[in-house]
Design a protein around this ligand. Structure first.
Ligand code: MOS
Length: 722
């Protein structure tokens, strides 16, 4: 990235000194493990090599529905170095971990393409891979259905979507209000399946000592991994240790235990040796979750002044036949804008597809592409500036519940973003800024992400030498969590950062919640703060030198989490983008991306900026490149590796800025922070799509905006047969 800038905006006073005794909270500290990572000293899950380690390679199903009739492993076992082949007939029986995607090799059923049907264990990675290629599987195949349609006969209304969001919410009489509205927008949008594809593939190294199991797993939450393995292998929980010291990204796909860690543990037990299993990238789309396709219909009714009278957002998505997961893409419309009447509804269609799951801002990312594109379309119909349309519909309470917002600075983000971006004077009419073969345009979209907090535990210990150890099973998936938690601890203890040793990333530490839902800092930080505060109190009571073993304190936030339910708590933001659309090639270049976010108190500007611009870049990928095709004949994704599934690279990011408005919100946690991991992607694709419309005068309602779609759209617009 040739030019990037970031700054903490000075438009509101910061919180310096209001909570802590030091200026640590809010300092742009470097990652504490940065040196280990750049020198290669940091070990990832597949890089632990206990003596006599063997390797495993799974065999994915080559049909998308049916049964395994027979697995012929003779040719595989004849390969040099192959130690064993596990099949549904020979693999050990597992207990129930409450997650059917983990019940690997337990029966002959094939519920989707890529479901595992065998596992080869060998002396080397190469031998395991060759062995897997030599396994011959016979199937009894059945007709499959992998195609999502809005009117699919199996569609149903789920009670809840993605854990706890009501499948349907209705307020007032949205259909009648829409019909009566003088200004109406009724449009359909589509977001294709998308894959998380973290840089580090899912990997685990498993080792048994008698009936004790240790795994190094690439996970966003190793407490849950240990719990699941204990259930599956029917062990006491304290016999399983799951370690996730360093994690090379996850974006939600490592937020729950995945089959690779189960297979690694199974293989290690079977051959009596440590086993490493690192998923080949091409297998990941079928077994680590993905963002399901969403089909949207958005209806907005407004009065002549642009005030929304009715907001109807209906989405249709698929789930697998293994486990229900419903992308809650209609949920953001419950929070964003004031309107007299509203319906937000999900329909789920069970198909013979891999089980979808969390991918960065599940629900919000696709939902806000649709809603924020619709708002742009409505602004055009009203001949109103899209920033002003949003400001005009700012609610004073959460529309669906009437709860007050603990803080809501969407308007401030829009205003500050417009100022910094140079929005004033933007040509109102689209399609009129031509520079050679390029059409140039700008766009805006709003962003939001809810504040989640989950129960966690932490321990803090004062040593006689004046240093401290603080422990909680947080996961640092590249976010800077280890560093920020050290800041929280040092701040609460009132000591320099160097005096604090932060231990995270092992289920042997006090149990903590997943690095998901942008909740990590809030959840773990609250526990760390409580443990450190308790330790300070104990130290105050203590007189004389510390005992040889020091003094410790522990905390568990289970009872305090959820107390603020009377408040609607969300982070908000605004995205601005400038695009150049090449009318010859159809390529879209994002020349500028600027985001302003209001996410509570920003605890570390350096790592926060990295979170924001990383997610904005992922939003650029969502807008222009990312998308996967569920091929109907074979029933498999066609874009399974990074040669086919395109992601943005440095050359795609010309100029990216993240700014923030520091909020002073008493209803969050002791640090005053909201989550920042996901809000940067929410709305980013809509801002870019809206800029493409402004550049070309053509509205694209289906992602990604690939050159073929752009050229076809331009041709249609010009009346030329495409
Ligand atoms: Mo994030 S998709 O909640 O890991």
């Amino acid at each position: 990235m040739p030019h990037t800038t970031a700054a903490a905006s000075g438009s509101r006073p910061g919180r310096t000194g209001t909570r802590g005794t030091t200026a640590l909270l809010g300092s742009p500290l470097e990652r504490r493990e940065g040196r280990d990572k750049v020198t290669g000293a940091a070990r990832y899950a597949a890089e632990h090599h206990p003596p006599a380690r063997a390797y495993a390679w799974p065999v994915p199903a080559a049909v998308s529905r049916g049964r395994v009739l027979a697995v012929d492993d003779r040719a595989a076992l004849d390969q040099p170095g192959v130690l064993a082949v596990l099949t549904p007939a020979t693999a050990p029986r597992l207990g129930d971990a409450g997650d059917p995607t983990l019940s690997v090799l337990q029966d002959e059923r094939v519920p989707h393409y890529g479901w595992y049907v065998a596992l080869v264990v060998a002396e080397t990675l190469e031998a395991a891979r060759a062995g897997a290629a030599a396994v011959h599987v016979d199937y009894d195949t059945e007709p499959h259905d992998v195609t999502l349609t809005v009117d699919h006969p199996d569609g149903y209304l789920p009670e809840t979507a993605n854990g706890g969001h009501p499948g349907l919410r209705e307020r007032g009489e949205p259909d009648a209000a829409f019909a009566a509205a003088p200004v109406r927008l009724d449009a359909a949008y589509r977001v294709p399946p998308e894959h998380n594809h973290p840089m580090e593939p899912h990997a685990a190294t498993a080792e048994w000592h008698g009936d004790r199991l240790t795994v190094h797993d690439s996970s966003q939450g190793s407490t849950a991994v240990a719990t699941a393995l204990a259930a599956l292998f029917e062990l006491p929980e304290d016999h399983v240790t799951a370690v996730s010291e360093h994690v090379g990204g996850g974006f939600g796909s490592k937020g729950t235990p995945r089959p690779h860690v189960v297979l690694a543990a199974m293989a290690a037990r079977h051959v009596g040796r440590p086993v490493t299993l690192a998923l080949p990238r091409r297998q990941m789309p079928a077994v680590v979750g993905h963002r399901a396709e969403t089909l949207h219909r958005v209806r907005l009714g407004a009065d002549d002044g642009g005030r929304l009278t009715s907001v109807i957002h209906e989405i249709t998505t698929y789930t697998s036949r293994v486990k229900e997961f419903v992308e809650q893409a209609a949920v953001p419309a419950r929070v964003m804008y004031a309107s007299g009447h509203s319906r937000t509804e999900h329909r789920a269609v069970p198909l013979d597809v891999p089980t979808p799951s969390w991918m960065r801002a599940p629900g919000e990312a696709p939902g806000m592409f649709a809603l924020e594109t619709a708002m742009d379309e409505l602004a055009g119909t009203l001949d109103m500036d899209p920033v002003e349309l949003r400001v005009r519909n700012e609610p004073d309470r959460e529309p669906d519940t009437g709860r007050p917002f603990s803080s809501r600075n969407l308007v401030a983000c829009l205003r500050e973003g417009a100022e910094r971006f140079g929005w004033a004077g933007r040509p109102a009419r689209p399609g009129h800024d031509r520079r050679g073969a390029d059409l140039v345009g700008t766009g805006v979209a709003a962003s939001l992400y809810p504040v989640y907090q989950m129960p966690s535990r932490a321990g803090a210990h004062a040593h006689p030498d004046g240093t401290y150890t603080v422990r909680t099973n947080a996961a640092d998936i590249g976010t800077g969590a280890r560093t920020v938690l050290s800041q929280v601890a040092a701040d609460a203890l009132g000591v320099p950062l160097a005096a604090v040793r932060m231990e995270i990333g092992s289920s042997a530490l006090p149990a903590a919640s997943v690095a998901g839902g942008s909740s990590g800092t809030s959840s773990w930080g609250a526990a760390v703060h409580a443990a450190c505060t308790a330790l300070v109190a104990r130290l105050k009571e203590h007189t004389g030198p510390l005992p040889a073993e020091g003094i410790g304190a522990e905390a568990d936030t289970a009872e305090t989490v959820g107390r603020e339910a009377d408040w609607a708590r969300d982070a908000f933001g605004a995205h601005f983008a400038e695009v150049h659309v090449d009318t010859d090639s159809g390529e879209v270049r994002v020349r500028r991306q600027l985001g302003v976010f209001a996410a509570g108190h920003i605890l570390n500007p350096r790592t926060a900026r990295s979170q924001f611009i990383g997610a904005m870049t992922m939003g650029l990928g969502m807008a222009l490149m990312e998308g996967s095709t569920m091929e109907p004949v074979f029933g498999d994704f066609t874009e399974k590796d990074l040669a086919a599934y395109h992601l943005p690279v440095h050359a795609d990011v010309t100029d990216i800025e993240a700014h923030w408005i520091d909020e002073d919100d008493e209803h969050l946690n002791p640090m005053g922070s909201k989550g920042i991991g996901e809000i940067g992607i929410v709305g980013a694709a809509a801002a870019i799509g809206n800029a493409v419309h402004h550049a070309t005068g053509v509205r694209f309602r289906e992602l990604p905006l690939t050159p073929d779609r752009i050229l076809n759209g331009l041709a249609r617009h010009a009346g030329v047969p495409a």
